[in-house]
Design a binder for this molecule. Structure first.
Ligand code: FES
Length: 350
C-alpha cells in the first residue's frame, strides 16, 4: 500500500510505510553504497557511506536509516556526495590494512571505485588474533568496527558471542570477553563471516585451500542435505574442488543463513575415505567393490531371510535426515508395500 510520495533524483516514487530511502532507491534501481548495512539486520547508520542529500536539512542523512516521508526530495548522487563517500572510504581504510586474507571484500571494492589507493591516515591499534577454532579466522587489523558481525550474532543468531568492546582508539570487536570463539556461546555458523564487509572475519578453510576470491570460483547452487530444512546454498568450486560454501541473502528458506554443518562440513566431498561405490564383504572377510545390482541383491536376500524367519515386524527402516522428502517417501513405500512393516522412521521426521 502506498504511504508516501517522494522525489528521488528527480523521479517521483510511491513508497510503502516504513520504507527507508535506501529501500526506495533500490526499488527504483538507484544505487547507493553501503557498508554497515545488511538487509537481515536492523538499520544501524554507522559507516555513513550511504549519505544522501535531503532537501531542507543542513547535512546529508544516512539513506539506510532514514524513513521515507511524504514530500521528501532527495538526491543520491552528485560531486559533493562523491567527495563525502570518498572521504569515508579513506577514513575507513585507515583502520583496515593488516594482511587481509579475503581481498575481494566490500571495502576494497569501494576503495577501487572511489580511487583511494592509500589511506591518508593509519591506525595501528589492534594486534593479530589467532583463535584456536578450526573454521573462523579473525584479523582485528582489518576490522572497521561496523558491527555487522556483532549485530548478526545478536539479532539473527541470538548468540551474543561477539562484542564491541572499549571506546575511541581502544574500541575493538572481539569474541565476548576476549575469549576464544570456542569458549563463548558461538555456534560456529559463520554468519559473522558472511556479513563482514572487510575480510576481518574469514573462513580458515577457504584461505587454506588457496582460493581467496569468490570470483575465482564457479558457483553451483544446490540444497543442503544435512537436514530437512532444505537451505539454499552455493558451492564455490575451483579446479574441481569445493573451496567454500556460501548462501545468498533473499534466496530460499534460509535467506543467507547457514548452520555450521551447512557452511563448513564439506571436507567429506573430497575425502579419500569417502565411499563412492558399493562394497560387499567377501568370503575372505574383506570389503570389495561391487555393482549396485550385486549390492542391492545382497540387501534383498538379507532382508528376505529375516522376514521369512521372524516375520515382517522384525525389520525396521531408518532414513537419514540427509535424504530428500522423495527419498523418504520411497523408503516408507518399500517398508510398507514390499517388506510389510510400518517400522519406518526418518531422523528428520519428514
Ligand atoms: S550503510 Fe548507511 S550508514 Fe552505513
Amino acid at each position: 500500500m502506498t504511504e508516501a510520495r517522494i522525489t528521488l533524483d528527480g523521479r517521483t516514487l510511491e513508497v510503502a510505510e516504513g520504507d527507508t530511502l535506501l529501500d526506495a532507491a533500490r526499488a527504483a534501481g538507484i544505487e547507493i553504497p553501503t557498508l554497515c548495512h545488511d538487509d537481515r539486520l536492523d538499520p544501524f547508520g554507522g559507516c555513513r557511506m550511504c549519505l544522501v542529500d535531503l532537501e531542507g536539512t543542513r547535512r546529508p542523512v544516512p539513506a539506510c536509516k532514514t524513513t521515507c516521508a511524504d514530500g521528501m526530495v532527495v538526491n543520491c548522487g552528485g560531486e559533493r556526495l562523491q567527495r563525502v563517500r570518498r572521504t569515508m572510504v579513506d577514513m575507513l581504510l585507515a583502520d583496515h590494512y593488516q594482511d587481509v586474507a579475503v581481498k575481494d571484500n566490500e571495502l576494497e571494492r569501494y576503495a577501487v571505485e572511489y580511487g583511494v589507493e592509500q589511506p591518508s591516515l593509519r591506525f595501528d591499534r589492534r594486534g593479530a588474533y589467532d583463535d584456536r577454532n578450526r573454521f573462523i579466522g579473525f584479523n582485528p587489523g582489518a576490522c572497521i568496527l561496523c558491527d555487522r558481525c556483532v549485530r548478526y550474532c545478536d539479532e539473527v543468531m541470538q548468540c551474543t558471542a561477539l562484542e564491541h568492546a572499549g571506546q575511541g582508539g581502544n574500541a575493538l570487536v572481539q569474541p565476548t570477553q576476549g575469549k576464544s570463539f570456542l569458549d563463548t556461546t558461538c555456534e560456529l555458523c559463520g554468519g559473522c563471516v558472511s556479513t563482514c564487509p572487510t575480510g576481518a572475519l574469514y573462513e580458515k578453510q577457504a584461505t587454506r585451500n588457496g582460493a581467496v576470491t569468490e570470483q575465482e570460483c564457479a558457483k553451483t547452487s544446490t540444497i543442503c542435505t544435512y537436514c530437512g530444512v532444505g537451505c539454499s546454498l552455493d558451492l564455490n568450486v575451483k579446479d574441481g574442488r569445493v573451496i567454500k560454501v556460501t548462501a545468498e541473502t533473499g534466496v530460499g528458506a534460509n535467506d543467507g543463513h547457514l548452520c555450521n554443518k551447512g557452511r563448513f562440513a564439506f571436507d567429506f566431498i573430497h575425502h579419500p575415505d569417502r565411499l563412492t561405490e558399493p562394497l560387499l564383504r567377501g568370503d575372505d572377510g574383506e570389503l570389495h567393490p561391487a555393482s549396485w545390482e550385486e549390492a542391492l541383491a545382497r540387501v534383498a536376500d538379507g532382508l528376505g531371510a529375516v522376514k521369512q524367519q521372524h516375520g515382517p515386524d522384525a525389520l525396521a527402516f531408518l532414513a537419514s535426515s540427509r535424504c530428500t522428502n522423495e527419498d523418504v517417501y520411497l523408503l516408507q513405500k518399500l517398508a510398507r508395500a514390499a517388506a510389510g512393516t510400518n517400522n519406518v522412521h526418518s531422523c528428520a521426521a519428514t
